[in-house]
Ligand binder design. Structure first.
Ligand SMILES: C[S@@+](CC[C@H](N)C(=O)[O-])C[C@H]1O[C@@H](n2cnc3c(N)ncnc32)[C@H](O)[C@@H]1O
Length: 212
């Protein structure tokens, strides 16, 4: 269950007897996600449910737009039959096609808070194009997230490609930051940390670009 305290600027998330709070402006508390590249669509319903883990309580006021290069019929059927399907909009086409970007843009209502997660073709050029296309849609203080920058560290690992050292989302994000001073590399702080780790162990190094 989700409670929003506008005075304190906090969102309280209750799971069973446990409750934790997050800042209203944090990535978790966004109102709308656009997530290009969800061909298998696991993330479409998952991202609607992840905050409270309870299918009966999708995140208040949140809607997702999911550009897919191809929407397979069985995936479409599964999404459309899902209990949070009302909160998910499917857009078929390449995430960088102008008509796809425009369709996503047109779904944003005035005043809505927008976060974008890029998870499609992870080549440097494609991610850079996505950053250019979707960056302007991101709300101030919110994020565009270029996932899977770990590729740069996986050269020579099984099933990796020799060009991953430079051809990866992290390089695209670094290039984008260099050209866009309105964004900063700002990984979210740990909501809590009971261990000795002081940095993130993640598949998404350098992914979190916050609009100032
Ligand atoms: C890393 S997987 C992401 C899977 C996704 N998270 C899900 O749960 O289904 C990348 C997916 O992006 C899709 N894709 C590739 N190029 C794309 C493009 N130009 N535009 C949109 N989606 C694309 C592929 O079909 C592939 O399945």
């Amino acid at each position: 269950m989700l409670k929003i305290d506008l005075e304190k600027g906090l969102v309280a998330i209750q799971t069973g007897d446990a409750e934790r709070t997050i800042p209203i402006g944090s990535p978790e508390a966004f109102e709308l996600i656009s997530r290009p590249g969800c061909a298998a669509a696991g993330t479409a319903s998952m991202s609607q449910l992840q905050l409270d883990g309870a299918p009966h309580h999708p995140v208040a006021g949140r809607r997702d737009a999911h550009p897919y290069i191809e929407i397979r019929p069985h995936n479409r059927a599964a999404i459309e039959a899902h209990e949070v399907s009302d909160l998910i909009s499917l857009v078929e086409g390449s995430s960088t096609a102008p008509e796809v970007v425009e369709q996503v843009r047109s779904m944003i209502c005035p005043g809505e808070r927008v976060m974008v997660i890029l998870d499609s073709n992870h080549s440097r050029d494609h991610v850079r194009s996505e950053l250019e296309a979707y960056g302007p849609l991101v709300s101030e203080g919110s994020y565009i997230v270029a996932t899977d920058g770990i590729m740069g560290d996986l050269v020579n690992a099984p099933r990796s490609q020799p060009d991953w050292g430079w051809n990866n989302p992290r390089v695209a994000a670094e290039e984008f930051l260099g050209a866009h001073p309105e964004f900063e590399d700002a990984p979210p702080v740990f909501p809590f940390n009971e261990g000795a780790l002081n940095h993130r162990v993640t598949y998404w190094p350098g992914a979190w670009l916050r609009r100032k």
